[in-house]
Design a protein around this ligand. Structure first.
Ligand code: V47
Length: 369
């Protein structure tokens, strides 16, 4: 019988080579990334990713008590993959006032929320002061929580609104309460995919340069990849390598989050859901290609609670959070819960043989009673 800390030996010869490279501290290149995607040996790939994960985090698996706020769904970008966005005046279009946001924060006041994750559409009607007011409102009501808000896409828009540079804009946002930046908006960095699915959104180059400024301003941010639509494996690997190069320069990324595409109510509703095989492989390959990222999240909203639990043994070290009320993926047909309790996440982690670590936004353990 195999002991629980014994590793599985890959059966695919290309994986043996990749494993040796990793053990010798040699960085994987694009060809290695593609070999991993081509290999049918999912268990072998997972075992290598798990070795790397265990070297960094042992048996710890992180989660955060967080709350999502999507302040508006009015968006001029109208990406083809998005079920959340609306045009102004459409049925279901909404924009929260600062008072609406205050109400949502206050409704959870008795809960130990560590992180507020706030993103929204690019709504041209909102002035720069609106964003400052949202931040100030949250900071006043939840002074101890980290406000993780506005993707690089929104920050680029806010700089245009304020007439300031990106650095100057970030300065104002920081003063109002911004402490961290979430990872959305890059989707998959490919001009081909962008032209077809999100031509109005800033391109990969711009996303990287805004993110570089975010890091230079002393803010930590995350990175994501939207996969499972029309992108090729080559484009996925190129995306990883561009993120890895920026991380080499700044060290400002905290976590990478693969986002499995959900097609319901989108302009791509003929597409099938990603497979469990692809979801696990993508988590594991992210862990192996993004050797300079500390954290890989298995975002349970996207891949479901059960697969997220399994992903902890395929390179992921974090399940993201309680979330409370997820909207963007549920509008696109996600079947996962809208939120989880702390106990549910705790049990998911222990059940999978890991040690739950409740964290704050910066991965510092939170002492709970
Ligand atoms: O940028 C939009 C994606 C992202 C769909 O930083 C979709 O901690 C699947 O970035 N199917 C927003 N995905 C979510 C995001 C995120 C989530 C959790 C944690 C963090 C973090 C960031 O959601 C968008 C887009 O890539 N998305 N529509 C869809 N139909």
């Amino acid at each position: 019988m195999m002991k629980s800390n014994q590793t599985v030996t890959p059966t695919d010869p290309s994986l043996v080579e990749i494993r040796e490279k990793i053990q010798c501290g040699i960085r994987l290149n694009a060809e290695d990334g593609l070999s991993l995607y081509r290999s049918p040996d999912l268990i072998g790939i997972g075992a290598i990713a798990d070795e790397v994960r265990r070297n960094r985090h042992g048996r710890n698996a992180f989660f955060v008590y967080n709350q999502h706020i999507n302040y508006t769904n009015v968006c001029i970008n109208r990406c083809k993959f998005c079920a959340f966005a609306r045009d102004k005046g459409d049925n279901g279009a909404y924009t929260m006032t600062a008072d609406d946001v205050a109400e949502r924060i206050s409704a959870r006041k008795d809960e130990p929320v560590q992180e507020i994750h706030m993103v929204g559409g690019i709504n041209p009607e909102l002035p720069f002061d609106y964003y400052l007011e949202l931040l100030a409102t949250i900071r006043c009501l939840r002074p101890t929580a980290t406000i993780k808000a506005f993707t690089a896409v929104e920050i680029d828009h806010l700089a245009t609104l304020s007439g300031n540079t990106i650095a100057g804009t970030l300065d104002e946002l920081k003063q109002a309460g911004l402490s961290m930046v979430p990872g959305g908006g890059a989707e998959v960095m490919s001009d081909r995919v962008r032209n077809a699915l999100f031509p109005n959104k800033i391109n990969g180059e711009r996303w990287l340069s805004v993110t570089e400024e975010i890091h230079r301003a002393g803010l930590v941010s995350n990175a994501t990849m939207l996969y499972g639509h029309m992108e090729t494996k080559e484009e996925r690997i190129a995306h990883f390598i561009r993120l890895r190069e920026l991380q080499d320069r700044t060290g400002g990324f905290s976590a990478f989050i693969p986002l499995a595409f959900h097609s319901k109510n989108t302009g791509l509703d003929n597409l099938a859901q990603t497979t469990a095989f692809d979801d696990l492989k993508t988590v594991a390959i992210a862990r192996l290609m993004l050797d300079n990222f500390a954290h890989i999240k298995a975002y349970w909203v996207m891949i479901g609670e059960k697969l997220a639990q399994v992903a902890l043994s395929f390179g992921a070290d974090d399940l993201d959070g309680t979330i409370i009320e997820e909207t963007i993926t549920h509008m696109a047909g996600a079947k996962s819960a809208k939120g989880l309790t702390r106990t549910q996440i705790h049990d998911m982690i222990t059940d999978a043989g890991y040690t739950p670590v409740e964290r704050d936004a910066f991965y510092q353990p939170v002492l709970t009673n």
